[in-house]
Design a protein around this ligand. Sequence first.
Ligand code: SF4
Ligand code: MG
Length: 291
Amino acid sequence: MVAVTELNVLEKSQWCPGCGNFALVGALKGALSELGIPQHETVIVSGIGCSSKLPHYVNTYGFESLHGRGLPVASGVKLANNKLTVIDVGGDGDGYGIGSGHFIHIMRRNYDLTYIVHDNQIYGLTTGQASPTSQPGMKTKTTPYGVVETQFNPLAMAITGGATFVARVFAGDAAHMKDVFKQAIAHRGFAIVDVFQPCVTFNKLNTYDFFSKRVYKLETQDPKHDTANKALALEKAFEQVKTDYEKLPIGVFYKEDRPTYEDTIPQIKDKPLVEHSLSGIDISAAYEDME
Ligand code: SF4
Ligand code: MG
């Protein structure tokens, strides 16, 4: 087992006491350690937000990018060296708001990446504005009379958009979260795990108590949830809306095997780009084409 070195998150982090991010980073470290992935072969990329400070608290390579731009940076890292384990982390505002175009198109490509979304249903770092996943009716600084828009459904978007591993977990259940993170990282292809991550400071609706009373695990269902059934996965993704937020399934919704983007590019299929020699490359024909 490879131990992913502890940085003292409690002392060094700028997260509020009680934030769901603490359990999330602990589960991610545990998953990487138990999978035995060496720290020097792991890159954690992020965007901007409370969530995106996470690479500072894990002793792997890290890259804090721009708001909503974690996924293009992560895919660039993967294309440069597809031997690396690459994980992108971000928030709901970051990934489902400004970064939503990247989110949709990265899924079609099926890079071998893991995308973990700290979905606290609010903008935390900017002190409490409604985000794309804010629950209808929730009062925030920007919605004093309650959110009137339809809630963005990341799981439905991922299932229909081409993600090959789609899951959701709750930050109040660390053991389950770690187990699903391990499955997502081990999966070959684009894996998304949306995390119900309570923001204890600005989201007074979707609290630990709120989630604890409503979440249930798909894998304990009888009959067991069939993760290969796309129609069923989609039905489960809409269950929270259909039940007026009374039943919130967590676990693996959908999974499929499909060749990754890297596997279909002959230049990098067997040898990462970083290992190619730069000598003897003649690009004059490309210039001549442009004349
Ligand atoms: Fe966590 Fe919310 Fe505080 Fe951000 S503002 S650190 S999400 S509790
Ligand atoms: Mg957020």
